[in-house]
Ligand binder design. Structure first.
Ligand SMILES: [Zn+2]
Ligand SMILES: [Zn+2]
Length: 393
């Protein structure tokens, strides 16, 4: 297999690239060193990379002719404010910063895929737009779209991958439809009237009201929205009161509402609308009032069926049908923004291995990847691109 051999011959460089990115993490929109490295590497391949959206990089690769479609291939660049505890020899050199999500691997795989695709450019008609995207953790994709990344030339389809520790090494996760969640974050301030815990009837107790809220909103899924539509309604912070014998004036609740389907405010299946109504009703029944603060952070990544079929075919040829999982996650991914404009597919590259100690969750200080899975990712990217253009002939 031609592509597999090419990938194998670049394995050493692939690992070195990933380790170099890993040792030098940078936060979203501060990826200046990372951006420079990517630019220089792409220049070395004979491409003409441009800096976009602060620290982003893009470069075009034209095939034999540029008559064919334009495929956007995206890798994200940002690290996290996490103090690394892996003890690896190429551990982060930046205090308090770490590539704890695997974006170091994404960049290394995409650069290696670019190198191989440059050497194969006479074998396809069309254009690849490589996109190295800053600030994935806080919706950098939308900034790139606002800056025109889908134009000049106009993009026809998009693909992206994520190295993924919830899936075992040697597997690929490919699924049509929603594969990562939409997320709204909330803060609710429940207001009562403070008082003495010996005279609760003369106060309006926001604590008992808040506890009812936490319990009762869990029935939104099933009783108000179909059980076939997954929702995770989680509270991450409860705060109120100053002393054990004082009923406080107010209690604050903060959390996230994640849902694995596409909907909009005002739709009958919008979990955040239901949440707002139910919390208001509960507060009324306890004599409390409430204030809401919401922020819509991400939309669900919705994989296009045709692009997913292509990714599935490539995946089963690389790892075998038994190792292709229909995988979706309640995590968020800003790649969703691309899929809202063009047919797109987002694929998970399994990397969990006991031997490689790569079973920790993403964003954990001990998170690492199984480097054996890097070449799988490169082969997947290269083959997917080649087949995309073949299918469009
Ligand atoms: Zn992440
Ligand atoms: Zn990530």
């Amino acid at each position: 297999m031609k592509v597999q051999e090419a990938v194998r011959s670049h394995n050493k460089e692939l690992i070195a690239l990933r380790r170099d990115f890993h040792a030098h993490p940078e936060l979203g929109f501060q990826e200046f060193g990372t951006s420079k490295k990517i630019t220089e590497y792409l220049k070395g391949l004979g491409l003409d990379p441009q800096t976009v959206t602060k620290t982003g990089v893009t470069a075009l690769l034209k095939g034999k002719t540029d008559n064919g479609p334009v495929l956007l291939m995206r890798a994200d660049m940002d690290a996290l404010p996490v103090e690394e505890q892996t003890g690896l020899p190429f551990t982060s050199e930046e205090k308090g910063l770490m590539h704890a999500c695997g974006h170091d691997a994404h960049m290394a795989m995409m650069l290696t895929a670019a190198k191989i695709l440059v050497s194969m450019k006479d074998s396809f008609d069309g254009t690849i737009k490589f996109v190295f995207q800053p600030n994935e953790e806080i919706a950098g994709a939308q900034s790139m779209i606002d800056d025109g990344i889908l134009e000049n030339p106009k993009v026809d389809a998009a693909m992206g991958v994520h190295i993924w520790s919830p899936l075992p090494s040697g597997t690929l996760g490919v699924k049509s439809g929603a594969v990562t969640s939409s997320m709204d974050v909330f803060k609710v301030v429940i207001k009562g009237r403070g008082g003495h815990t010996g005279y609760p009837d003369s106060a309006v107790d926001p604590v008992v009201c808040a506890s009812a809220v936490v319990q009762q909103v869990q029935s939104i899924q099933t009783r108000f929205i179909s059980p076939m539509k997954p929702i995770a309604l989680m509270f991450g912070r409860i705060s109120g009161g100053t002393k054990n014998n004082i009923i406080p004036d107010s209690v604050e609740l903060e959390g996230t509402i994640r849902y694995l389907f596409a909907t909009k405010p005002g739709n009958s299946d919008n979990p955040t609308d239901k949440f707002k109504k139910m919390v208001t009703d509960i507060c009324n029944s306890y004599g409390c009032t409430c204030e809401f603060y919401f922020d819509h952070e991400n939309d669900a990544v919705i994989n296009d069926p045709t692009m997913t079929a292509l990714a599935y075919d490539v995946a089963k040829d690389i790892v075998g049908e038994a190792n292709v999982a229909e995988h979706a996650s309640m995590a968020c991914e800003d790649f969703a923004a691309f899929g809202e404009h063009v047919p797109a597919v987002f694929t998970f590259i399994g990397t969990a291995s006991e031997q490689a100690k790569s079973t920790y969750p993403h964003h954990n200080p001990r998170f690492t990847i199984d480097e054996e899975t890097l070449p799988i990712g490169v082969e997947f990217l290269v083959e997917s691109a080649l087949r995309f253009f073949k299918g469009k002939k």
